[in-house]
Design a protein around this ligand. Structure first.
Ligand code: C5P
Length: 413
């Protein structure tokens, strides 16, 4: 259920913060990506080092950090996740959320968030029962925020009553419940390719391209986030690989094709890899030496077209999506690819000079289908991935309905 989900954990300042370390570990075990914001008080109870080591991500603490803002602005921090969990949600954090205060990174991120927010209160029993806290609780739940706990018991302050933060497994169960209603692709298998291919010239040189793999990796993650069982076949990429998907690492186009065939059957296939068109016909067994006179000539042979092979093969997935990275006549070329390669949809993107798509974090795409062309606004690669995965889920859902009613297969429409 949590495979590929991105959770932002806001850790407030309470003794219960230590439970967050176990919570992070359990979220990670289940395939979720975890980013953490530590409030100043939170950092008195758990260290950024322990939080960062368990989450395997940078820990954000400072609203006015120039480096953090340059890498990941506080608005984006709240936009690139599927869920925000505030734990421990102190009386102070609840008050800030209820009243829209934004005087530190945690409260600013919470105010800017456009995803669901859950919170696990933890405080002294009298603070919990105080009318101010109860009114804040009512305001927050009325706005649709989900509360987990607190439970009754002995408190660190020596008192007894309500105010103990929910245990990590209780929080996990609440998060899984939340996502179970949002897993339309559960039971479906998806194959995604990403990254470049490297075609060896000799043992130390290769022909490659500038693909970072970011877009394909984000799609794999987004499909997993909707419950699909995803196999990601990826070329040699530097960018970090998504969690919660099966990864097959390859170098050459021939290896990528073999890995894709091995990953079938699948219901959905998205070919986002920038596969090299040619390989060197005969790879030199030893490093080619620079000799006097003429440089060596490379004899090239065409690579297999992975998308075309899979789209025309016996185990064709129900929905096949290709990419078209073009520098000229984008839509025309993408439309030609739709029929030539036998795919249902083509995601076309302009990679001309100045577009900054290769290696960049944003993209502008057009979705080309038999029904026409849709132009999507410029978005982060993650947002494009989420939108595409959502479309895939709608289409696969509609197809299943048609099939279960005994009608024709209706993919690609
Ligand atoms: O390189 P080209 O513009 O033909 O790529 C269009 C689509 O075909 C992309 O989805 C790419 O991943 C796929 N492709 C492939 N195997 C190739 C070349 C391209 O799967 N050899």
């Amino acid at each position: 259920m949590l495979n590929g989900k991105q959770v932002l954990l806001v850790i407030g300042g309470g003794i219960a913060a230590y439970k967050c370390l176990d919570l992070i570990r359990r979220l990670r075990e289940r395939g979720a990506g975890v980013q953490c914001v530590l409030t100043r008080a939170g950092a008195k109870f758990v260290t950024p080092l322990s939080v960062g080591s368990l989450s395997e991500n940078k820990v954000y603490e400072d609203l006015f950090s120039l480096t953090d803002e340059a890498e990941m602005g506080h608005i984006r921090l709240s936009r690139e996740v599927d869920l925000i969990l505030v734990a421990p949600a102190t009386a102070d954090l609840m008050a800030k959320m209820a009243h829209g205060l934004a005087d530190d990174l945690a409260s600013t991120v919470l105010l800017a968030a456009n995803c669901p927010i859950m919170f696990a209160p933890a405080m002294n029993v009298a603070m919990w029962q105080n009318a101010a806290t109860q009114e804040n609780l009512a305001t927050l739940t009325l706005r649709g925020l989900k509360v987990i706990g607190p439970s009754e018991g002995d408190m660190a302050c020596g008192e007894f009553g309500f105010g103990r933060m929910a245990e990590p497994l209780e929080m996990i169960a609440a998060i899984e419940d939340h996502f179970s209603v949002a897993a339309p692709l559960s039971g479906h298998r998806a194959l995604v390719t990403s990254g470049p291919t490297h075609e060896p010239i000799d043992p130390v040189r290769f022909i490659g391209n500038r693909s970072s793999g970011r877009q394909g990796n984000a799609i794999a993650s987004a499909l997993a986030g909707l419950g699909a069982r995803v196999t990601l076949v990826t070329g040699p990429v530097g960018s970090s690989l998504p969690k919660g998907v099966e990864i097959m690492r390859v170098e050459t186009a021939a290896q990528m094709l073999a890995a894709c065939e091995a990953a079938l059957p699948a219901d959905i296939a998205v070919f986002a890899a920038a596969v090299g068109d040619w390989q060197v016909k005969t790879m030199a067994a030893h490093k080619i030496k620079k000799a006097d006179g003429e440089p060596p000539s490379l004899v090239l042979a065409e690579n297999p077209d992975i998308l075309k092979t899979i789209a025309s093969g016996p185990g064709r997935p129900d929905l096949v999506v290709g990419f078209a990275a073009e520098t000229t006549r984008l839509i025309d070329n993408a439309t030609i690819k739709l029929t030539e390669k036998g795919c249902d949809w083509v995601v076309a993107n302009d990679v001309g000079p100045g577009s900054d798509v290769f290696g960049g974090t944003e993209n502008t795409v057009h979705l080309v289908t038999a029904a026409g062309v849709e132009t999507w606004p410029k978005m982060s690669k993650q947002d494009i991935a989420r939108k595409l995965a959502g479309r895939i889920a709608e289409t696969i859902g509609a197809k299943n309905m048609v099939t279960s009613l005994g009608g024709e297969k209706e993919v690609g429409q």
